[in-house]
Design a protein around this ligand. Structure first.
Ligand SMILES: CC(C)(COP(=O)(O)OP(=O)(O)OC[C@H]1O[C@@H](n2cnc3c(N)ncnc32)[C@H](O)[C@@H]1OP(=O)(O)O)[C@@H](O)C(=O)NCCC(=O)NCCS
Length: 199
């Protein structure tokens, strides 16, 4: 794993195209803007010489988070971080992690997020580590009220939603639920869930 450079933007977009539902994938142009805004926060995972995973983050201020309407577009400045990232922002915000389908289940996604958390903990001035994540399988359970769904567990005690499980099982806590967070996220029925890892 390493921080991305400008030359990685196209390969990162390629991973995102294969990892995320089509309207949610970050483009090469958007990755380039993120790298220009905050290269240290854009990580890539490499296996057999090619990029197979990406994890993005930015630093934002408490005032910025409070002032936003809590939509994905506003909190990420249209997915580019150009005006949302603040060099000394006290909130480290995890924005997206994606791993190629063929290498999933090998803890690469976890390694990427753990590296982001390690980085955030090492940074002077960072007081919180948060992320808006997606209840990615909610459309399959949409008869369950969303407030119940994000806490719902199966008979073995596992969280039903795989992406929430990815974060909560690793120690994150749910802070709040945001309806209409990302209208293009049909699998999550547009919902976003603000989570927080301990600093
Ligand atoms: C989420 C994602 C990055 C996980 O990548 P991954 O490398 O396969 O995940 P890991 O192998 O590191 O999984 C770590 C833990 O997450 C949980 N998890 C991940 N995928 C899961 C799934 N489909 N179902 C249930 N649990 C899952 C498991 O608890 C797993 O722990 P285990 O290895 O002990 O079983 C990947 O599925 C992905 O790219 N999804 C599409 C994009 C997306 O929705 N990103 C997250 C939004 S922020």
């Amino acid at each position: 794993m390493r921080p991305a450079t400008a030359d990685d933007a196209a390969a990162m977009a390629d991973v995102d195209r294969q990892s995320w539902p089509a309207p949610l994938a970050t483009t090469a142009d958007e990755f380039a803007a993120r790298i220009a805004a905050y290269a240290d926060g854009q990580l890539v995972a490499i296996a057999a010489g090619r990029i197979v995973g990406t994890a993005s983050a930015q630093r934002i201020t408490t005032e910025f988070l409070a002032a936003q309407s809590h939509s994905y577009d506003s909190i990420t400045d249209g997915n580019r971080f150009t005006r949302s990232h603040t060099g000394d922002g006290e909130i480290y915000q995890l924005v997206g992690v994606g791993v190629l389908p063929e290498v999933r289940g090998h803890r690469l996604g976890r390694l990427l997020v753990d590296r982001q958390i390690e980085l955030a903990r090492s940074l002077a001035g960072v007081r919180r580590i948060v992320g808006f994540t997606r209840p990615a399988a909610y459309s399959l359970h949409a008869t369950t009220p969303i407030d119940d769904y994000i806490q719902a567990r199966d008979s073995d005690g596992n969280l039903i939603d795989p992406v929430l499980a990815f974060h909560i099982d690793a120690g994150a806590r749910i802070v709040s639920l945001h309806r209409d967070f990302r209208p293009d996220d049909s699998a999550a029925c547009s919902h976003g869930v603000l989570i927080e890892y301990t600093k």
